[in-house]
Write a protein that binds this ligand. Sequence first.
Ligand code: SF4
Length: 283
Amino acid sequence: MKIEKTREIGFCFGVKRAIDILEKVARERGGVETLGAVVHNQQVLQRLAEIGVRVAQSVDDIRGDVVAVSSHGVAPSIEEEIQARHIDIVDTTCPFVHRLQTAARRLAENGFFIIVYGDADHTEVKGVLGWADGRGLATMDEKFIAKLDSLPRRLGVLSQTTQIPAHFTEFVKRLIDSAFTKDSELRIIDTICHDIRKRQAAALELANRVGLMLVIGGHSSANTNRLSELCSTATETYLVETVEEIRPSWFQGKHHIGITSGASTAEQTIDEVLARLEALASN
Ligand code: SF4
């Protein structure tokens, strides 16, 4: 059984940066709190907890005088709420997410109503809508926009950083068909992160050549779920968070296995999965 992994695997630039910042602050201060989970990966959160990183569930739940904002970013109103309590902010917002936030703000300031193609419940998306100062919504269903009582004339369309580029393009096309009327003005900005784009392309290329793909990452991680969705269009695909979830029966009759991971999956978890597959292959 041949096992092949994609080159783009393990932490992305933004997650690595956020974890480096947190480790440094935790070392210097003997611990630090984060507002919400800094990444959607239980194994990484456990390792951070061991060096004194505590997750505060809300601004009210912050116990100390410093809090780190996650790589997904937050709305400016949340930052103001924290500052009003004289709590210092360590900002680990990924620069690609910040690019999306500033695009939303600029468009809103120029009179555009913002449509974010993405999951309305995701932390990143909620934060971005905050940067649009309430002049926007998030959806993945263009019909929802077409049904709005009074469709804004100027629409600014952005994407959650982790969405699949081809799906964003399709969404925009359908939006033009259903919601573009006389005098409408549409401004589209591609805000999908470069890392995710490369990671998805590499995963799909490999998925097209193997009999089975394993996508390693958190079950609640948006980018991991997108990767799994994409790979499953090409071949049999399983999303596993830990090595314990692997079932030997999956590999019966398979000669070539592909491996990739979400952007917040630690090297250690990938190594554990690889070791398990190598053991299965040698049996
Ligand atoms: S997936 Fe992209 S946007 Fe998200 S943290 Fe990583 S580099 Fe930043």
